[in-house]
Design a protein around this ligand. Sequence first.
Ligand SMILES: C[S@@+](CC[C@H](N)C(=O)[O-])C[C@H]1O[C@@H](n2cnc3c(N)ncnc32)[C@H](O)[C@@H]1O
Length: 224
Amino acid sequence: MDVDDARSAMVSHLRAAGVVRSPAVAAALAAVPRHRFIEGAGAEAAYADKAVTVKTTDDGVPISSVSQPTMVATMLELCRLAPGHRVLEIGTGSGYNAALLATIVGVAGRDGDGGGVVSVELDADLAAGARNRLHQLGVVGVRVVTGDGAAGHAPGAPYDRVIVTAGAHAIAAAWDDQLRVGGRLVVPIVDAEGIGVVRCLVKGPTDFEELTRVPCGFLTMRTA
Ligand SMILES: C[S@@+](CC[C@H](N)C(=O)[O-])C[C@H]1O[C@@H](n2cnc3c(N)ncnc32)[C@H](O)[C@@H]1O
């Protein structure tokens, strides 16, 4: 099977499983070449419904992965994205999810910065790799920022959506501060082993309202 057929099969599988429900998420998953975000991956490895580690510590402990397609699609659906939304992503990693987000929201450019998506990555080498990949693939509308995602990225606020793609132990104050009222926060809240739930929350005038939670396992956020 070539990569295009494998990608189509992945989308069909996610639709049949009821994970992908919206045309926008299906179209983004069909359009963004996941194999280009995973060095040396062939069709089978790149489009299996599995997370793929892209960086480890010197001891072999995973610190960055391209998340499992089922989880990626689940979180995108929970975000309920629309064209023109401004999105803050925490944990750029390979840049794959940032490309999916940008494909759905387009280039907002509300303040003329040309970006609908701001993605924050702790590791400078991962951020640089993601920037290169997005550039090579012609993905526009993503600004990759190197920094600690716990601080969000205030210059781009307020955001319509905040999506956290690393396991957090709590909701950081900055994500709340930088999300507009009525906006959604999709965040995995996990224990020390990375096991927990993805929480989907809507920001009200005084507090968050939880819409749903989905069991998950995630690489945990690290501190700067
Ligand atoms: C599961 S991976 C994210 C996958 C990514 N969204 C993708 O599509 O490839 C988690 C990422 O969060 C990053 N990370 C961990 N702690 C962080 C922090 N405090 N701030 C920003 N990024 C962080 C890791 O380096 C890793 O790249």
